[in-house]
Ligand binder design. Structure first.
Ligand code: ZN
Length: 403
């Protein structure tokens, strides 16, 4: 009886993992395809950052190129919990714009990333969603400048262009709201890696909650004001997280602003909040403080070997992200027998290690039960002898032997 229940439970977990497409908590859509930035690199990095939380399955959609007919660009926004805008370029069709507005109004999530707040100066609803924007001939007709001076929020209707930045430099980000789910638990101040500090943004600025500012130092040709760098906007029932951080230049090897742990963590937390209204991710131990930048040089995916080391150290209470990362690599591979066997060999190697936790081994055995081959049989037979692994091993053996 007990075994049957366990079998059913495990099978249930399996169907959840493999039976349906949506195995993650949230689905995300990154919109890109035109930008005055290196959008090919930035969209790839943003996807990686979302995927690494273990919370998102992420699609990237590219619009037609600049100047081309945009009518074919008509994503089904409703399918997603959050849309991440890495786009500034040609206007969308009226139909796509209204489906986007309806999606947000009805409670969709939106992340406005860096130059996405340069987009669509003429689209009223979009400007309400972003709260503040820059460039695109924005000026006093688009709303006031909004910034902080000392500890006061200033709404400044002075005439003038919207959008500027001084030299690229490292700057201190100051948290202004320690209770918001996105910023809760972050140090009060942290040093952000070299980036553009967007300044003189202007817009309707309605329904905003300010999370963090940064002082635009006049020594760096800045405004001498505390500019808003992280904030949220409510539009209808929609939740919008706006980060002006994360400039991606055309140097294809270094993306300091996106490799900054401060950017990474706030982006990941902001995306989760936009998708759901809550943040479950913990602030990483290596989060920077005001004394120094924490930069993950040449931010790129872990090698498979590094990933396996992380899976081996899996702690069920902490995070599933490495295991999800492994799963998604297996599933997004070409899945030929040779490829699957190479994954299988790595998994078997980990299973044979005494130092690897039972939690980690149980997950790896489950993985083997669908993608394994005869290669795993003998190690699974050994696992059957271990009380903690017996049920999973028997289940996997039954599946592999019936293949
Ligand atoms: Zn930029």
């Amino acid at each position: 009886m007990k075994k049957a229940i366990i079998f059913l439970l495990i099978t249930g977990v399996f169907s959840a993992f493999y039976g349906c497409k949506k195995q993650h908590a949230y689905s995300a859509l990154i919109v890109t395809g035109q930008n005055n930035h290196n959008w090919k690199a930035s969209s790839r990095i943003l996807k990686q950052l979302l995927d690494q939380t273990g919370l998102f399955s992420t699609d990237i959609i590219e619009t037609p190129a600049a100047g081309k007919d945009m009518t074919s660009f008509a994503p089904d926004f409703q399918k997603y919990d959050v849309v991440v805008m890495d786009y500034t370029g040609d206007s969308w069709s009226d139909k796509t714009k209204s489906s986007f507005e309806e999606y947000i109004k009805a409670g969709g999530g939106l992340v406005i990333y860096h130059a996405a707040d340069n987009a669509f100066p003429e689209w009223k609803a979009y400007n309400e969603m972003i709260g503040l924007g820059g460039w695109g001939k924005r000026n006093e007709k688009d709303g006031p400048y909004i910034y902080m001076k000392k500890d006061s929020l200033i709404t400044d209707t002075t005439a003038g262009p919207g959008g500027s930045h001084g030299k690229r430099h490292e700057f201190v980000v100051k948290v202004r709201n320690e209770e918001h789910p996105i910023t809760k638990g972050l140090p009060k101040k942290w040093l952000h890696a070299e980036d553009e500090l967007y300044s003189q943004l202007r817009g309707p600025g309605k329904n905003m909650e300010i999370l963090a500012t940064a002082y635009a130092d006049t020594a760096q040709k800045g405004t001498g004001r505390d500019e808003l760098v992280l904030f949220t906007v409510t539009y209808g029932k929609g939740r919008i997280f706006h980060t002006v951080l994360g400039h991606a230049g055309n140097d294809t090897t270094a993306f300091p602003a996106m490799e900054c742990q401060g950017f990474i963590t706030t982006f990941q937390r902001g995306a989760e909040w936009a998708a759901s209204g809550v943040v479950t991710q913990t602030v990483p131990e290596g989060f920077p403080n005001a004394a120094g930048v924490v930069q993950l040089e040449n931010y790129k995916p872990l090698t498979l070997e590094q990933l396996m080391r992380n899976v081996e150290n899996y702690d069920i209470a902490k995070s599933r992200k490495y295991f999800y990362d492994l799963q998604s690599r297996i599933r997004s591979s070409d899945r030929t027998p040779a490829t699957l066997l190479s994954f299988e060999k790595l998994i078997v190697k980990s299973l044979k290690k005494k130092s690897v936790s039972a939690d980690a081994k149980r997950l790896l055995i489950k993985e083997l039960s669908w993608m394994g081959s005869d290669y795993s049989i003998s190690v699974l037979k050994d696992m059957q002898k271990e009380t903690e692994l017996k049920d999973e091993a028997q289940f996997a053996l039954a599946r592999l032997e019936s293949k």
